[in-house]
Structure formats: C-alpha cells, structure tokens
Design a protein around this ligand. Structure first.
Ligand code: 0GY
Length: 290
C-alpha cells in the first residue's frame, strides 16, 4: 500500500470569528490510531493517525464545544475508532456510523449506547466499492428511534438518487450539499437541483461544509463558496449544519487552514441568530435530543 497520508494543517490559525457557547462541529472524523484501530482492508486511502486527542485539541483551539464524528471510509464498517473517540469526549461528542446493512438490532442498540445517532450511506465510487440502495433502505427501516441517514454523493448523480432519497424512512442529512459546483453561483443548475431536493421533503438537512473541496478553483478565502451557500443557509435556516471536515480525508493537495474555515461561518450565516441555528440549535436537535 502507498505511504500514509497527512491531510490536515500542522498549525491552524486562531479564527477571528468566535462561535457561540455550545457550538458543534458537526462533521469531522478520526483516523486510528492505527495500532489500536487498523484501517479497513478495503480502504481507498491510508492516512496517518489523527486520533481523538488531536481532534479535541483542535475543537478547543477553534472555540467549539462539541463534535459529531462521522465514521470515515478508511475504517470501513468497524466503528471502534469512532466509538472510542466518543467515549473519550466526556459527553462532548456524538457520532454517525457506517454499518454492514445486515447489522442486527443488538449491534444497533450498542451503537446507540455508544453515542451514534445516524448511519452514513456513501455513494462516492472513489471511496467505496458498492452502495446497495435496496439494502440501505432495508436497514434504514430498522434504525433506533431518533436516528437519521447521512448520504454522501456528488451533484452529477442527484437526479438518479431522487427515488432512493424519497424512500428513506428517516430524516436525511446531505454531506457537503451533495457537492454542487459552487462556481455556477447560488442559482446555477446544481444549487437549483439541490433546492428542489430540499423542497421535496421537510426533513432533509444539509451540511454547509467543505469550501476547500467545493471551491478549489477559487481557493482560500473561498468567495464562490460564500456566494453560492449563504442564500441556501438563509432560505433553509433550520436545516443547515456546519463542520470542519477535519482531518480532511484525501485533501493532500490543498490542505485547508481550519481557522480560515471557521472564519467562513459569518460569511454564510451573517447574523447571530443564523449562527446559533447553524452551530447549536440544529445539530443539537439531530444529535443531542436524548
Ligand atoms: C469527507 C469527504 C471525503 C471522505 C470521506 O469517509 C471518507 O473517507 O468522507 C472525501 O474524500 O470526499 O466528508 O470526509
């Protein structure tokens, strides 16, 4: 296998923006440590260790209070590293698991006890070997009460996924807004299609995340991202979440400064009320309801 990848900034700046008390970074991951939590044999990338101590130090440095840790594809369906990080957080982290759809009720209950509140269905071919919609729907019908499905896809397959998304029997959270081309602007074809999806169900949420992935052409300070995403947050203020995406899987080429990512928040959510919804109220409803 190839060398292990470092995809995170060595010394992120201190953001100028101060998040509100209780703020939640609702999209981040942990990698390993590999000696305790080996990566999946099917992993498409092999990262260096980026464990809970690093994550919690970053949380404090950026002025956040809590994390939602999303199981990264490099750990496959073994959620041990994510659960270990949640267990070490002293109640300040919850998580999203990736499961074998054949998972049983006892195992789902154990994940719930460990702080998991959703499952992730990943449709990116560069990250996973297969994405069986029928099996995803079957397990989505058996999730513990209060859970949701997180889906990760790119804009070019949104139309094809619409019947699948319509059939998901629990609330849906879309990672990185389904990766629109933000260069098209707030009312380009990708954002228009995404708004149509949001309008199709009242319980579809989205992560207004990853300017570093979606605005590669523009780059930091990611003006095109701000221009395209601020109207979406304004129009759907009760359904937006925010996260760093640390440790930025696969972002070897243009590793973002996490302090700069935090400084994008007032550009996509310009009022204190919007910021409070984005960073506290909305993720609390999804992850800390019980
Ligand atoms: C992200 C994005 C990516 C990777 C993963 O689970 C993962 O490996 O989510 C990606 O490469 O686009 O949200 O972390």
């Amino acid at each position: 296998m190839a060398d292990r990848i470092v995809s995170w900034h060595a010394s992120p700046s201190k953001p100028r923006y101060t998040p509100p008390p209780g703020a939640i970074d609702a999209h981040c991951h942990v990698f390993g440590p590999m000696a305790r939590f080996p990566f999946s044999a099917k992993a498409k990338y092999l990262p260096e260790d980026a464990g809970p101590d690093m994550l919690f130090a970053l949380r404090d440095h950026l002025g956040f209070s809590r994390n939602v840790i999303v199981q990264a594809s490099c750990h496959g369906t073994d959620n041990a590293a994510t659960l270990d990080a949640i267990a070490r957080s002293q109640g300040r982290a919850r998580g999203v698991a990736v499961v074998d759809p054949a998972i049983g009720a006892d195992e789902l209950a154990a994940l719930h006890a460990g702080g998991i509140r959703g499952v992730r269905f990943n449709f990116l071919q560069r990250l996973v070997d297969d994405a069986p919609k029928d099996r995803f729907l079957e397990v989505a019908g058996r999730l513990p009460a209060g859970w949701h499905a997180v889906i990760y896809f790119e804009a070019d397959i949104l139309a094809e996924l619409r019947p699948f998304i319509a059939a998901i029997p629990v609330p849906v959270v879309v990672d990185h807004m389904g990766r629109p081309d933000v260069g098209q602007g707030p009312h380009g074809p990708d954002m228009t299609a995404f708004r149509a999806l949001l309008d199709s169900r009242p319980d579809i949420w989205f992560k207004a995340t990853c300017p570093d992935r979606l605005d590669i052409a523009g780059g930091d300070p990611w003006d095109a991202f701000a221009t395209a995403v601020a109207p979406l947050v304004a129009d759907y203020p009760d359904r937006a979440l925010w996260g760093t995406d640390w440790p930025h899987p696969n972002m070897e080429q243009a590793i973002p400064d996490d302090g700069h990512l935090v400084d994008m928040i007032p550009r996509i959510a310009p009022t204190a009320e919007l910021q409070r919804k984005l960073l506290v109220d909305n993720p609390e409803r999804l992850y800390w309801a019980d």
